[in-house]
Design a protein around this ligand. Sequence first.
Ligand code: NAD
Length: 270
Amino acid sequence: MGQLDGKVAFVTGAARGQGRNHAIRFAREGASIIALDVCGPVSDYNTYDSATPADLDETVRLVETEGGKIIARQADVRDGAQVKAVVDEGVAQFGRLDIVVANAGICNWNRFWEMPDEQWETLIDVNLTGTWKTLKAVTPAMIDAGNGGSIIVVSSVAGIKALPGQANYAASKFGLVGLTQVAAKELGEYKIRVNSIHPYGVKTPMGTDPGSLKMLEKHPHYMASLATILTEKPLAETDDITEAVMWLAGDGSRTVTGSQVALDMGNTKV
Ligand SMILES: NC(=O)c1ccc[n+]([C@@H]2O[C@H](COP(=O)([O-])OP(=O)(O)OC[C@H]3O[C@@H](n4cnc5c(N)ncnc54)[C@H](O)[C@@H]3O)[C@@H](O)[C@H]2O)c1
């Protein structure tokens, strides 16, 4: 018996990193998976490698190894029609939608007045508008299914506490708090809970981005904003984040909606 037997979960940005891990762990607990990823370059300003179609194929393989069913498609969260097509296909196949992890995102660095318009606009389009398009695509299907559910929006410590060198990223992740709280208020009557999670660094291609080190070498005093209370192993494993996602996905968190769950090694408190 899995904790999520018979449930269906949709994960964006599932080709690798946190999204892949959530998909695998959901499948292990009995859920069927709908997944999407852009599987390619998104912004010229990213300083870490892009995910590939082979990465998404690997997610499919790993989910199936857990005995899970999965529909995985290459799609861009900036394109609402593409997102809706994947959701519709998944719901037609699996019959319902219970859990959503709006996880797709990018990160890049610059001081705000030196940031080209395109660097700002592309990141806001993906992280903030793309998450809104994701929630817009899934909500009618969840309401129609009538089973309630849980939407988990992936923000960041930068959505609670401003980090220098990240005006675009912080603005997008603070924006997700507003979206999360509005969505929670509008979806409560349908028994759909909406919460955001706020990780500090996580061991993924984004979390180990060499661009962040360059920024800190140039402006060493920015390091103060990255201090943590828990100092032994400040970078989280993807499983650490999935633990919180599993809790928010399940009935154990049935009292929690509109909340910001800090998975932050204490960073937002120092
Ligand atoms: N890694 C960290 O340190 C960290 C910390 C806090 C928050 N986050 C957030 O966690 C989430 C997952 O990041 P990750 O650490 O797994 O990084 P990652 O780069 O490994 O994974 C992100 C995935 O999102 C996909 N993606 C990007 N733009 C997309 C788009 N337009 N449409 C569809 N898919 C798209 C990428 O292709 C990639 O597979 C992001 O929202 C990120 O901002 C990460």
